[in-house]
Design a protein around this ligand. Structure first.
Ligand code: BES
Ligand code: ZN
Length: 642
């Protein structure tokens, strides 16, 4: 043990010789982008969700050469890993889940011994590769294929696409799903550069979250084309992503564009018309955009999230297409992750608020820059209402309301909304100009590095608070970061943001007539404020009158439709059931699907048979992220026909 520790120490030092802070950035730039990213060694940076022991041996670059085999739903080929091992290390441990390993060799093709360990339901299996005699190899090559049910990958049938003629594939890596298709050290603190060569059958096009080297693809024989990609900035491995299908591209601006199925291109481009301006606004806030292009892909409706910030290529749900850009805060959000998340990355998942809270704060700043204070204030107020709701539902002392959350619980909204409120509180305490300058320097000083809550707080103290004891006391940093509930210095939203809606709501809730509610003239945020402010128990006639007056069931806006359907189901309102079924069959975003099933499930005698009936039909179309969550809710019985 002593020996191992001293090895670990020697290696940690070697990996960090470039030091931290400004000098390191300057040095990294001078030496080019292939600089190996340092690994944090503190106890708070230890990732319990990986088998990797980076202090012994770590991956620095991944080179994939894979065929997308649609017929068998497998990615098959090789992963060649550049590795750095501490002196005396005799093995490297990778993460793997469901991978079928065929061979492991060094770069020269000499076989290396390997073993797959016991399977853990969450972490998967460790893949341990032994180095043999002599010095550790600098590369290992793994020949493997992913399992047909790999959780990161969704293989869609042609019927699940808009075009209906070709299959489709997309991946979702966050948080620890990429180990189901890439054998590497799947930890956000172990940054890796990567490259890939992917072959796919014509006329499928392949895109990935890095620089595209072969826009048209090269002939790979057998009516297949090969696409090559490269990412020379070290990224957290959850950010390696792929999509393949019958997709087309349209430019949005000089460095922005959209990929989607041809049938979706016009709608998508119109909704995304402000993307280039968003990048410009984000740069004014956070400093230069460091990833080259910012493209997005609008995926088929089974994409389980609103969006995913894959570098150079944000993945988006089509449910944000509202026709009026009212849900494009999603794009601002994923774009903002280009700084908070992709440039400076949570070292481990309990620190995910560093990704999501910062990003939600910047999302709102970008929205303000583009659309003005009013829209931003309204969206801030909606976010604040979510915190208050969570505090009521979970309890103000509940561990799940802490920002740094090592409870292992499913990602909750708290890290987004309370995280944003924390940064907003600092902003309003020190003043915007000073906070903006601090944040820009923060991204610059920690670019391409992992971050922990403790490191962020000490950085704040060193560079913003600078020994001002009164300021330190006013900010309550540790309370915000580590305690449940909401500190009393929280910056509250402007009560004027929804003054008119709240008046109309109060009058309506006091028994007023629906005719007095000016819903049609409201923004999406105002409509959501209204719908979410209605009592959860309402007589059927009043629900019917609301629906008739505002055409709620026919809404083409997924957020207002969702808010309405939740209200209707909570009231066991039968006329809403066909619309619920259509919505649950038409898209697979977990944020919409899970709560609707929860509401049905909660309405026991009435809702459970409905939930079972719908789920039997819709489950096969969902991504594992969504079906896994609903499976846990409904239990085994829920998956069988009533
Ligand atoms: N990175 C997240 C998506 C994610 C979170 C994937 C947790 C896996 C685990 C993404 O940036 C995100 O937060 N998406 C939100 C949209 C946003 C506007 C709040 C979503 O999917 O709804
Ligand atoms: Zn996010």
């Amino acid at each position: 043990m002593r020996r191992l520790l001293s090895l670990a120490f020697a290696f940690a030092v070697a990996a960090c010789t470039s030091g931290t802070g400004n000098d390191q950035n300057a040095a990294a730039e001078a030496r080019g982008p292939r600089e190996v990213a340092p690994i944090l060694t503190g106890a708070d940076a230890r990732d319990t969700q990986t088998y990797a022991r980076p202090e012994v041996a770590r991956v620095t670059r991944v080179a994939l050469d894979l065929d997308a085999d649609f017929a068998n739903r497998r990615m098959a080929g090789t992963a060649t890993l550049d590795i750095q091992a501490a002196q005396g290390a005799h093995e490297i441990i990778l993460d793997s889940r469901g991978l079928e390993i065929e061979a492991v060799t060094d770069a020269a093709g000499q076989p290396l011994q390997y073993a797959l360990g016991a399977n853990d339901a969450a972490k998967g299996q460790p893949l341990t590769i032994r180095f043999g005699e002599g010095a550790a190899p600098t590369q290992v090559r793994i020949r493997y294929r992913s399992a047909p049910d790999a959780e990161a990958l969704q293989w869609l049938t042609p019927q699940q696409t808009a075009g209906g003629r070709h299959p489709y594939l997309f991946s979702q890596g966050q948080a620890i799903l990429n180990r189901t298709w890439i054998p590497t050290q799947d930890s956000p603190g172990i940054r890796q550069t990567w490259e890939a060569r992917i072959t796919a059958p014509e006329p499928m096009k392949v895109v990935m979250s890095g620089e595209r080297l072969t826009p048209e693809g090269e002939d790979a024989g057998n009516r297949r084309r090969a696409y090559r990609f490269r990412m020379d900035h070290p990224v957290a491995p959850y950010l390696i992503a792929i999509a393949a299908g019958d997709i087309a591209f349209r430019e949005l601006g000089p460095r922005t564009g959209v990929w989607t199925e041809p049938a979706m291109l016009d709608r998508a481009a119109a909704e995304l018309a402000d993307t280039e301006r968003m990048v410009e606004a984000a740069e004014r806030l956070n400093g230069p955009y460091r990833w080259g292009r910012y493209d997005v892909i609008v995926l088929p409706p089974s994409f389980p999230y609103g969006g995913m910030e894959n570098p150079t290529l944000t993945f988006l749900t089509p449910t944000f297409l509202a026709g009026d850009r009212s849900l494009n805060g999603l794009v601002a959000h994923e774009l903002a992750h280009s700084w908070s998340g992709n440039l400076v990355t949570n070292a481990t998942w309990p620190d995910r608020w560093l990704n999501e809270g910062f990003t939600s704060y910047f999302e709102n700043r970008i929205m303000e820059a583009l659309y003005g204070r009013q829209r931003a204030a309204q969206e801030e107020a909606l976010s604040f209402a979510e915190i208050e709701k969570a505090l009521v539902e979970l309890g103000a002392d509940a561990p799940g309301t802490r920002l740094r959350d090592d409870s292992g619980a499913e990602s909750s909204g708290i890290v987004y909304d309370k995280g944003a409120a924390f940064l907003r509180t600092i902003e309003r305490t020190v003043g915007r100009a000073r906070f903006d300058a601090y944040l820009t320097s923060y991204f610059d000083r920690h670019a391409f590095q992992p971050m922990t809550t403790a490191r962020f707080l000490s950085d704040l103290r060193a560079n913003l608070i600078r020994g001002d004891a009164a300021l330190e006391q006013r900010l309550q940093l540790d309370r915000w970061a580590y305690q449940p509930g909401l500190p009393d210095n929280v910056a509250r939203p402007d009560p004027a943001a929804f003054a008119a809606v709240d008046r109309a709501l109060a009058a309506y809730n006091a028994g007023g007539d629906v005719g007095a509610v000016p819903y049609s003239g409201w923004t999406t945020a105002e409509r959501l404020r209204f719908l979410n402010g209605l009592p959860r128990e309402m007589p059927a006639e009043r629900l019917a009158a609301l629906d008739r007056a505002f055409n709620l069931t026919a809404s083409g806006n997924s957020e207002t439709l969702f808010a309405w359907l939740q209200l209707a189901l909570a009231n066991r309102y039968p006329p809403a059931v066909p619309a619920v079924e259509r919505f649950l069959a038409g898209q697979g975003r977990r944020k919409f699907v899970l709560p609707l099933f929860e509401t049905l499930w909660g309405a026991e005698d009435w809702g459970r048979p409905i939930a079972r009936r719908i789920y039997v039909r819709t489950r096969p179309s969902y991504h594992s992220v969504t079906s896994g969550a609903v499976d846990r809710l409904l239990g085994a019985q829920g998956r069988q026909a009533p």
